[in-house]
Design a protein around this ligand. Sequence first.
Ligand SMILES: [Zn+2]
Length: 410
Amino acid sequence: MSRDNFTKKTIETLKARVAHRCSNPNCRVPTSAPAEDNKVNNIGSAAHIFAASEGGPRPNNAISSEERKSINNGIWLCSNCSVDIDRDEKRYPPELLKKWKADAEAQARTELGQKLPSNTDAIDTVAAALTGMPKNIITHAISNVHQATEISLSRLDSRFHIKTQYIDGSTSIGIFAKENVPLALKVDAEYTQEYAKQHQMLIEHGSDVEISTNGLTIEGSKLFEEIIKEAGTFSISSPKKKAIQKLWLVQDDTNLIESFDDIRGEISWGTKSFTFNGSACDGIFSLSYNKEVNDGKQVTITMSLSTDSWEGLDIQHLPYFNKIFSFFDKMAEGWTLSTSLEIDGLNILNSKGMKVSTWDYVLDTNSFLHYVYRCKTIANRFNFQINYTSEISFTSDEHMNIVDIVEIIV
Ligand SMILES: [Zn+2]
C-alpha cells in the first residue's frame, strides 16, 4: 500500500472549514500567521484519521485508497497535536478524532462573522459585573459579583446549586447537591495519620476536622477539584446544637442563692464526649467544658473574662462589672457552684455543690476584680476619673497598698 496523501485542495479545504485553528478541543490554537516577505507561517497539518499507508497509526483495511485520501478521512490539527495523536493511538481513536473534527467545524460555523473574545473581554465582563453597567451602578456591584461567581461555579458541575455570601470578611460558598453525587475523598500518604486522628476526634468527641488541602484530592466532581485547589484548609464541622448553661451559687449554711446570667452557646458531641462553649454578659464572660458521656467524673470547667469592651471606659461605668465581681467574690468566699445544661428548654445535665474556691482561675480573677473595685472606691472618694486599661499589672505589694488606702478613706 502506497501512501495516500491528501491533495493540496483537500488540505486547504480542511484548514478553512475549521477557520485555521487546531481541531483538538483542548488546544484550538490558530495555525497560521504572517511571516517575513509576505509569506505564511503555518504550524498546522492535515492528519489522517485512518492510516494513510501500511503500518501507519489507526489502520483500517476495509477502506479504499480513494476513501483514504478523501476529505472525510482528514482532520486539521496543529503540529503538536498531530504528533500526539500518532504517538498514542489508544488515547486518540478514530471515533474521537471524528468528534473533534465535527465539533471544530460546528464551532467555526457559529463563529463565522462573529467577534472573537479578546484577553481584555474577561476584564470588561468583571468590570461590567462590578458596575452593573449600564444603569445599576454600584448598588448592585456586590450581588453581581456573587451571581457571576455562582454561575461560573455551577458551570463546573450542574448537579450542585451554589450560593455565595460575604460574612465577616470572608467569602463563604454554600454547595448544595441537587441529587446524590458520589464523591471520593483521598488523603495523601503523608497526611493519612493526621487525618485519621482528627477524624476519630470528630466521631468520638465532636471536634472539627481541619487539614491542609495540599494533602487532599476529591474525585467525582470538577467543582470540588477546583475549589480544593483554592481552599488551603479543608474542614468538617461537627453538628452543633444551641444550648443554655445556667449557673448559680449557694451559700451552704444559709441556703442563700445567687444566679448568674444565662450562658448561651452551643454543644458539639461525639460518641465519647461532648463540649460546651458559650458566653454571657455581652461576651465578657465565657465558659467551656468537655464531658465524657459514660463517665460520672467531675468535669473541668474553663472560665475566662475578655475585658476588651471595657478598654478606655471610666471604671465607674464598666458594663456587667458588678454582676461579675459579685459572682467571683462569692465563689472565692466558698459559695458552691451548681450548673444545669438546657437544650430546647430540656434539662439534660446537672451538677450540684461544686467547691470552686480553690481554683486558681477563680482566685486570680477575684483578686484582679477586687483591685479594680478598690480603684473604683478611691476614684469615687477623691472624685477623679480612671479609665480602664487591660495593660494594668500589679504586684501583691501594690495591691496591699491600695487595700490600705481604701481602709483609711472609707
Ligand atoms: Zn493543537
